[in-house]
Design a protein around this ligand. Structure first.
Ligand SMILES: NC(=O)c1ccc[n+]([C@@H]2O[C@H](COP(=O)([O-])OP(=O)(O)OC[C@H]3O[C@@H](n4cnc5c(N)ncnc54)[C@H](OP(=O)(O)O)[C@@H]3O)[C@@H](O)[C@H]2O)c1
Length: 334
């Protein structure tokens, strides 16, 4: 396992991170002994970053992760998140404090390493949508700073979802230590310039902008919620209905788009699409850790074997822009 700097936190994180969310599902809906076996294997293989959130199984992921890590006496880096409800936007500090205290209780910790804002960001408040307006950003950062001073959190971060302009503004304040960014073979615009008429959201290279602020970057949706395996069929533990974040209308469309990357396998650049997708994410040096949502030990083993092979070759990467350019013909999701 290789390790990378998580931005200004100074922490070293494994380039493969363990996703404890509902999409992979193991830490939400799995059997407890299987969770212990899989997390133990991850740690043995050198994974040091585990990503959870109160939202994942309404606290279940945090509860299970806390129990497993305590049983294993594991010393790893844990990130969790707070999602503010619209009704809480006028009592931001109290809502964040209550959320972190609940997370610490469930995680069986006195301090969480990374506490992240889960809400997407927008330029204006969006009634009926749990997005945080950039005008509400300052009190959130102030509260995170207080929690750091109290020792409840070591560092804090934001979610790189929402409106691109709002995300860039938040990055430019230089306040957050980390950002989670949707970055995959279907939509690489957080890390590369978008081709003309690219049909999906253009994140305008927010990863590079975050790196300029020495932020740690945590890549999410590296497998497009599973569609980059080339199949929309779900593992029984995985969330059965998953909406793509920044690509096609549904997983079936994303799985169809994923076929465009089969040449990476056919031409010997990777052994399979999952490997190609994971190695694509770690090819971006500004990414600190690439999360994979884990449903089973077998999926973890495949992810480990993939990172073991390192970034995709320069030659493989050079073929990708023409595939992205070909997506221009795809209908924009409504
Ligand atoms: N900040 C945010 O808002 C946010 C949003 C999403 C995720 N995240 C974080 O990112 C983590 C990863 O989740 P994600 O949503 O980004 O999903 P992802 O990693 O893109 O995809 C996970 C899915 O890929 C499939 N998969 C995994 N390994 C595989 C393998 N070896 N072969 C075939 N399929 C495989 C599994 O689905 P099937 O087996 O069912 O195909 C799994 O459910 C989450 O746990 C969470 O920590 C954060």
């Amino acid at each position: 396992m290789q390790y990378r700097l998580l931005g200004r936190t100074g922490l070293q994180v494994s380039e493969l991170g363990f996703g404890c969310g509902a999409v992979g599902g193991l830490l939400v809906r799995g059997d407890y002994p299987e969770m212990v076996r899989t997390v133990a294997r991850a740690i043995e293989a050198g994974i040091t970053y585990f990503d959870t959130a109160r939202m994942y199984g309404n606290g279940q992921s945090e509860t299970n992760l806390g129990r497993v890590l305590e049983e294993l006496q594991a010393n790893v880096i844990v990130g969790t998140k707070v999602q503010l409800a619209n009704a809480e936007l006028d009592t931001i500090e109290a809502a964040i404090v209550a959320s972190v205290e609940g997370s610490l209780r469930r995680l069986r910790r006195e301090q969480v390493d990374l506490f992240q804002l889960h809400n997407p960001l927008s330029l204006q408040r969006q009634p009926g949508r749990e997005w945080v307006a950039i005008t509400d950003y300052a009190p959130i950062m102030e509260t995170f700073q207080k929690l750091q001073a109290q020792g409840k959190i070591r560092f804090w971060g934001i979610n790189g979802l929402g409106e691109t302009a709002a995300l860039h503004q938040a990055i430019d304040t230089g306040q957050a230590y980390t950002i989670q960014s949707c970055y995959n073979l279907l939509n690489p615009t957080a890390g590369t310039s978008a081709p003309a008429k690219f049909p999906f959201q253009d994140y305008a290279q927010l990863i590079d902008r975050a790196a300029e602020q020495q932020m740690g970057v945590i890549a999410i949706r590296v497998l497009a919620a599973g569609a980059l395996s080339g199949s929309a069929t779900r593992h029984p533990l995985a969330a059965q209905a998953v909406a793509p974040i920044t690509s096609g209308q549904d997983l079936a469309e994303d799985a169809a788009l994923a076929q465009a990357f089969h040449f990476l396998v056919a031409e010997g650049y990777a052994d399979n699409l999952v490997e190609a997708a994971i190695r694509f994410a770690i090819s971006n040096k500004a990414i600190s850790t690439a999360l994979v949502g884990i449903s089973s030990l077998a999926q973890l083993e495949q992810a480990l074997a993939s990172v073991e092979k390192g970034p995709l070759s320069v030659d493989a990467l050079a073929h990708l822009p023409s595939v992205w350019a070909s997506f221009a013909a795809v209908d924009k999701p409504t």
